[in-house]
Design a protein around this ligand. Structure first.
Ligand code: UD1
Length: 342
């Protein structure tokens, strides 16, 4: 059978590069498209080294309809996984128009081109942020979405709606939205991982940079939340496990099984871990010290959220496999690789 071809937009980014590796390992042809605005060609090199496949890379801004159209004429994509988007929650509050333009335009272009070229399968990178501060934990896919608390979160909700409505209206279009919980860690080879530009906004890159001495001290945003140790609770999912969920989604759409045209899945471990617990485990597993202090709450943070991943377990046949300790070890191995510390 001819190999299926998957377009990975944002494939030079953190989750996109890990997904490209897993797709190739599963036997798919992959084309990476990325504008490199918040990513690095070294990630593409890493994908090539891990897989031994000279995966094609195209520097394209998905907001550029003409350029994206040329890409669709050049290759015959069966499926697209759309990662290309701006993702800093805080920045989105200060530059909402950038977020609406970038995240909505690029996704509209991708969906329109898939439809125009008769290509059916679209996977969208969504986020647990769509649940906001849910009334009960863990959240299932039936937990009602709350009004978004940032333009970033709003673009995730809007793109989910775009995909739902498009597959309802256009015969032959299929869509899956994967709601990621908190992706962390790096590929076990330490050849690809998260590469934040400038000051890290997310917890684990800040932890690893502090352990490496790049940052003096990690600020923990609040220890007076109504949780057992007072710090926020999240569901930290290994990025390679998360990447495999995309392969499962593509398989479901490409395979013969009957499926609904639009589906949503939580991609998390099902386990809530507090910020303090995560920092402690990181120190223990890696035998390093992470200087930290408690500071005030960060605006917009929700108290606690973790996934009920049952639907993904049952329908996609996917489950998180790596332990938190393995993942935290991989995050540290990657940081050491970046700093030349090995
Ligand atoms: C949020 C969104 C997530 C989105 C991500 C994009 C929610 C629940 N999650 O993740 O969907 O994809 O932003 O960036 O809306 N922390 C510190 N010190 C730090 C950094 C973080 O204490 O220096 C704490 C935060 O207060 C939070 C936890 O660590 O409790 C995780 O924070 P972060 O990694 O930024 O992710 P979220 O805000 O959970």
């Amino acid at each position: 059978m001819e190999k299926q071809c998957v377009l990975v937009t944002g494939g030079a980014g953190y989750i996109g590069s890990h997904t490209a590796v897993e797709l190739i390992a599963a036997g798919y042809d992959v084309v990476i498209a990325d504008d490199l605005s918040n990513s690095d060609l070294r990630a593409v090199e890493g994908v090539r080294r891990i897989t031994g496949v000279e995966v094609p890379f195209e520097q394209v801004d998905c907001c550029d309809r003409e350029a994206l159209g040329r890409l669709f004429r050049q290759y015959r994509f069966d499926s697209v996984i759309h990662f290309a988007a701006s993702k800093a929650v805080g920045e989105s509050v200060h530059e909402p128009l950038k977020y609406y333009r970038n995240n909505l335009t690029s996704f509209l272009n991708v969906v329109e081109l898939m439809r125009a070229t008769g290509r059916p399968n679209i996977v969208f990178s969504s986020s647990c942020t769509v649940y906001g501060e849910a009334d009960a934990q863990p959240v299932t896919e039936r937990t009602p979405r709350k009004p978004a608390t940032s333009p970033y979160g709003n673009t995730k909700q809007m793109c989910e709606d775009v995909l739902r409505d498009a597959v309802a209206a256009y015969e032959g279009l299929r869509g899956i939205a994967l709601r990621y919980f908190n992706p962390i860690g790096a590929h076990p080879s330490a050849l690809i991982g998260e590469q934040p530009q400038g000051m890290p906004q997310n917890l684990v890159p800040y932890v690893t940079q502090t352990a490496a001495g790049i940052r003096e001290c990690l600020s923990i945003f609040g220890d007076d939340y109504p949780t057992p140790d007072g710090s926020n609770i999240r569901d930290y999912i290994d990025v390679t496990d998360l990447a495999r969920a995309h392969v499962a989604a593509i398989r479901r759409m490409c395979g013969g099984a009957r499926r609904a045209d639009y589906e949503v899945f939580n991609i998390g471990t099902g386990r809530g871990v507090s910020v303090l617990e995560l920092v402690r485990r990181f120190e223990q597993v890696n035998g390093v010290k992470v200087n930290h202090r408690i500071v005030g709450r960060r605006e917009g943070d929700i108290v606690a959220i973790w996934a009920d991943p049952t639907l993904a377990n049952e329908v996609l046949g996917w489950r998180a496999e790596r332990t938190l300790d393995q993942t935290l070890a991989s995050a540290w191995a990657w940081q050491k690789h970046l700093c030349g510390m090995e």
